[in-house]
Every structure is written in structure tokens, then in C-alpha cells.
Design a protein around this ligand. Structure first.
Ligand code: MSP
Length: 527
């Protein structure tokens, strides 16, 4: 199946009942940073995202708006979800919609196979259903409602009442997979991460698994069950399959699937069980490999609760990017929140980090360095002389930071990777203060020393541009051009990221160009 260096990363596919908020954008950015990192490392990389368009939730929203569900989905995809990717600069390789024939046909093939192999049977079901989650809930999972729902039991995530449903459905024999799933979690601790997520899932499966209702007959907005067209496939069963239908499952030629599967799934912790329990059980039943990893990240919180449009706490991503730009958006969420944990967004924090870390820390370092090369060496990067201990320390720091960052990305600890890379920014700023190139410049005897100091700084910037390209692609590209590296080393995207820490790559003699401010000062009411 998958070859050594292939990296297939997915985001959840998003419900099209509403427009995206920054919680959704957060998942997209994380997956994109990982994909860009691996792409730049030369791994066979594929990033998939898309939209989840079937089910009762979308049907009800469309009906309430007086249009067909397909019309509703088309509008949301074109007006909101695809544009989101541009707003936050996501370089996905594919975008799948569950209403596409390539998906629907493959879902039917998968289902038919499970049916033929005896994993599906007809039965009765009665239970409480949350349309917001598109999931049956156990009574133990419900909480007391407040406000208009006082006295009723409501979904803990959506705070809305659940509905009692009784239907004749088709069931997937999920209960048969409990032992194999527990063995998977035990033998392969990497499978569900972070640790807290793994524990939660293990405890859940240890209590025993029920069979899963996988069809609905009270409405028809979904993929038709191939042997019974009075039923449509349960929306989660349909949606999870996107991860393989998008790469050619069920096609005559499954070479893409062979090359890329299994995937790394990035998901919010609220949908962890679907990905770490139901999904691997489905794959086991079909005789396919389980995912490589399921990583449950935390929530963006507002007032201590998950940010959500339905609770009117959603912030649109462009509210941030219009002022701060896409790079700052990407940097802020990857840096300020430990990946895997919840985090609160605040304009003050965003603004403070923008100013201190991006503008003063990184942006100023770049502009000062280039200005000095221009002023003292006529815009040509000088040859470095014999290095002192201080210079060697910087060289080692760059090599260490690059190695540690790659190791952190392997563990999906994006915030740690950034913290390691940022040691280069901080140390280079300290180095300039200590070496005082403006003093060296006054003394002709110190010409070689000045050359070495400036070379050390611009070569450090070369490494920074390569290492930060996956997170802040716009600014690093500008820096790359200004360093003259595009001419002397080729495109930034072609610089092998695992080699970023090797010293001495930027050739002396490279001619630098003018650099506009990477992170300009911002005057806003919010900031
Ligand atoms: N359609 C399903 C996923 C199917 S995947 C086969 C779904 N869609 S969703 O649009 O409701 O949510 C998509 C993702 O957005 C989830 O991973 C969810 O955790 C994430 N987020 C929604 N609100 C969020 C925050 N406030 N913070 C961080 N992520 C959040 O579930």
C-alpha cells in the first residue's frame, strides 16, 4: 500500500448549512501547514478538504430558505467554502463534495460490498437523535436545557432538544469490531492522538459497541441504498467515505488509493469517535487499511464554550484577514494554541503577537539585515570570514531548530515546531545587538568581521524563510525574493525543508532587493 514517504492529510468535510467561522478555518490551516511542510520535504503529499452536503440538517436549512438542498449546497460551496480556502491561503490538492457522482457511486459500491459480505442487516431502532450532530445520543450524553428549553433534555454540544426517532433501518455490525479496535489502540498508540483523545476513545469502546444504524427512510436527501431505494445512507457513513472516494476507491484504476492511503485525519475533538471508532470499523469490514492517524484538535472557545454560528459566537475568517492578512491568521492560530488543546481567541492577543512577534521580531530583523547589506556592501551578500564562537553558536542553533521543528511536525505538534523556529528569530536579533554591525562599519579594519556578521544574519534569514514558508507563505516569499535567493537558489517552494538547517547555502555575491515591510503597522479599532 502506501510507500515510505507519502503523506495524505485530510480535514473533516464541512456541513454546508452555514458559512465558515474561524474554528473551521483553524482545522484547514493546521492541515495545510502539515501538507506544505511535507510537500517541501519532497514527500508525496496530498491534502484533501471538502463539504458534507447530505442529511437532515442541510435538508432542513435548505427547506427553511425555500430552495432545494442541492441549490443551497451549490450556493454555500461557491460563495463561502471555496473562497475560505483563498482567504486563509490553503493549497489543497482536491476538494470533494459528497453530492459529486465520483463520491456517490463509490459509496454505493462500498455499501454493497459490506451487504454482500454479511456486515449489514435490517432492524428496528428507537432513540434520541440530535440533528445538529447528525447522531443518535444515549440518554447519559444529554444535559438539562436552559432558557427556552428549560425542563427538556438537550444535546451537550448544540444545547438544543433531541428528537425521539423510531425507524426501520439498516444496521452495520459494528459491535463485532470492538476487540479489534481495542487491539488497534493498544498496539498502535499513534493511531489516536493526543493522549487524552486516545484514552477517551479506548474507554468508550471498552464499554462495548452497539451496531450502527446506517440508513434513514423518513427523508430522501442522501445517497440511495443500492439494494433498497426507499432508504438513504446515514450522513456520517456517507461522509466518512469521502477520504477514500476522493482518491479513487471503487474506480477501475485504484492506483491513487494505493499510493496515498492510509491518511492522517485532522479532526475536531467533537467528531473524534466517528473517526477513531466507526471509520476504522468500516474499513476493517471492507478489508482496507485503517487510517494512519486520527488527530483530535481542541476547540476555539468564546466565553468558555465552543465557538459556533448556531450560538451566534462565530467570527468570519475574513474579519481577521482583512486587517491582519492571511499570514498573520495562520501564524497566530498555529502559535498561540497548543495543537490538541482548546484555546480562546482574543483580538488583543492577536494584535499583541502580530506587533511583537511578526512585525518587531521577524519583520524588523529582515528589513534591518537587508538594509545593512545594502548600506555596507552595496546590496551584495558578502563572503563570510573565519567564524567566531558567537557565529558558530548561531550555526548550531539553526541546525538544531530545523531538526527539532521537523521532529515536532512528525508529532503534529505545530506550535512546538514554531517555537523551535522562533528561537532563530530571537537569537538573530540578540546577535545583531551584541555584534553591533553599525560600530564595525565605522572601522575599515573590521571589514571582514562585518561581512561575517551580516552573512550570518542573512543566512539565518534564508533558513527562516524555508522553515516558515509552510506557515507564512506570503511573507516568506517576499523575503526570499528580497534576499536574492530566488535567483541564486531557485524557488522557495523547491527548497528541501529537512535540509534547511545546513549552513552556508546562500551564495556570497547574491544581490539583494528592496523589501517592503513584511508586517506593516496596523491601525484599527480592534487592534
Ligand atoms: N460534517 C462533519 C464532519 C464530517 S467528516 C467525515 C462535521 N462538520 S462541521 O462543519 O460541523 O465541523 C467540521 C469541523 O469543524 C470539526 O472538526 C469541528 O470540530 C470543527 N469546528 C467547529 N467548530 C469549532 C471550533 N469552535 N473550534 C475548532 N474547531 C471547530 O462535523
Amino acid at each position: 500500500m502506501s510507500s515510505g514517504n507519502s503523506f495524505y492529510v485530510t480535514t473533516p468535510i464541512f456541513y454546508v448549512n452555514d458559512a465558515p467561522h474561524i474554528g473551521h478555518a483553524y482545522t484547514e490551516v493546521a492541515a495545510d501547514v502539515l501538507a506544505r511542510w511535507h510537500r517541501q520535504a519532497g514527500d508525496t503529499t496530498w491534502m484533501l478538504t471538502g463539504t458534507d452536503e447530505h442529511g437532515e440538517k442541510i435538508l432542513r436549512t435548505a427547506t427553511a430558505n425555500g430552495v432545494s438542498p442541492k441549490e443551497w449546497a451549490d450556493k454555500l460551496v461557491e460563495k463561502s467554502w471555496r473562497p475560505l480556502l483563498e482567504t486563509i491561503d490553503v493549497a489543497n490538492d482536491d476538494f470533494i463534495r459528497t453530492t459529486e457522482p465520483r463520491h456517490e457511486e463509490a459509496v454505493q459500491k462500498f455499501l454493497q460490498k459490506l451487504y454482500d459480505d454479511g456486515f449489514i442487516y435490517a432492524g428496528e431502532y428507537e432513540g434520541y437523535y440530535c440533528v445538529g450532530c447528525e447522531e443518535y445520543k444515549q440518554e447519559s450524553e444529554l444535559v438539562d436545557g436552559t432558557g427556552p428549553y428549560e425542563g427538556q433534555k438537550v444535546c451537550a454540544i448544540h444545547s438544543k432538544p433531541v428528537e425521539l426517532l423510531q425507524e426501520r433501518n439498516y444496521f452495520f455490525r459494528m459491535s463485532e469490531f470492538a476487540e479489534r479496535l481495542l487491539a488497534l489502540y493498544a498496539d498502535n498508540p499513534e493511531f489516536v492522538q493526543p493522549e487524552s483523545a486516545r484514552n477517551e476513545v479506548t474507554q468508550f469502546v471498552k464499554q462495548g459497541l452497539s451496531d450502527l444504524s446506517i440508513s434513514r427512510s423518513s427523508f430522501d436527501w442522501g445517497v440511495k441504498v443500492p439494494w433498497d431505494d426507499t432508504h438513504v445512507v446515514y450522513v456520517w457513513f456517507d461522509a466518512l467515505l469521502n477520504y477514500i472516494t476522493a482518491i479513487g476507491y471503487g474506480n477501475d484504476d485504484e492506483s491513487r488509493l494505493d499510493e496515498l492511503w492510509p491518511a492522517v485525519h485532522i479532526v475536531g475533538k467533537d467528531i473524534l469517535r466517528f473517526h477513531a471508532v466507526i471509520w476504522p470499523a468500516m474499513l476493517m469490514a471492507a478489508g482496507l487499511e485503517v487510517p494512519h492517524r486520527v488527530y483530535g484538535h481542541g476547540w476555539l472557545l468564546v466565553g468558555g464554550e465552543k465557538m459556533s454560528k448556531s450560538k451566534l459566537t462565530g467570527i468570519a475568517p475574513n474579519e481577521i484577514t482583512d486587517t491582519f492578512g492571511s499570514d498573520a491568521f495562520r501564524y497566530y492560530f498555529m502559535r498561540a494554541i497548543a495543537f490538541g488543546q482548546d484555546g480562546s481567541f482574543s483580538w488583543e492577543d492577536l494584535s499583541a503577537r502580530y506587533q511583537a512577534e511578526l512585525a518587531n521580531g521577524f519583520g524588523n530583523l529582515a528589513s534591518r539585515a537587508l538594509a545593512m547589506v545594502t548600506r555596507y556592501f552595496d546590496g551584495t551578500i558578502p563572503e563570510q570570514g573565519e567564524p567566531t564562537d558567537d557565529d558558530l553558536e548561531i550555526q548550531k542553533l539553526v541546525a538544531d531548530a530545523a531538526r527539532e521543528a521537523d521532529a515536532a511536525i512528525e508529532k503534529l505538534a505545530i506550535h512546538d515546531a514554531l517555537a523551535h523556529i522562533w528561537t532563530i528569530v530571537d537569537e538573530l536579533n540578540g546577535y545583531i545587538t551584541d555584534q553591533q554591525p553599525w560600530v564595525l562599519a565605522k572601522d575599515d579594519e573590521q571589514r571582514e568581521r562585518l561581512a561575517t556578521v551580516l552573512y550570518t544574519v542573512v543566512e539565518g534569514l534564508r533558513a527562516l524563510a524555508v522553515l516558515l514558508a509552510p506557515v507564512i507563505p506570503v511573507a516568506t516569499d517576499k523575503l526570499w525574493t528580497a534576499l536574492g535567493a530566488a535567483e541564486s537558489l531557485g524557488a522557495l517552494a523547491d527548497q528541501p525543508i529537512r535540509d534547511a538547517g545546513r549552513w552556508g547555502q546562500l551564495p556570497a555575491g547574491t544581490v539583494v532587493h528592496q523589501l517592503e515591510a513584511l508586517f506593516p503597522r496596523i491601525e484599527t479599532a480592534n487592534a
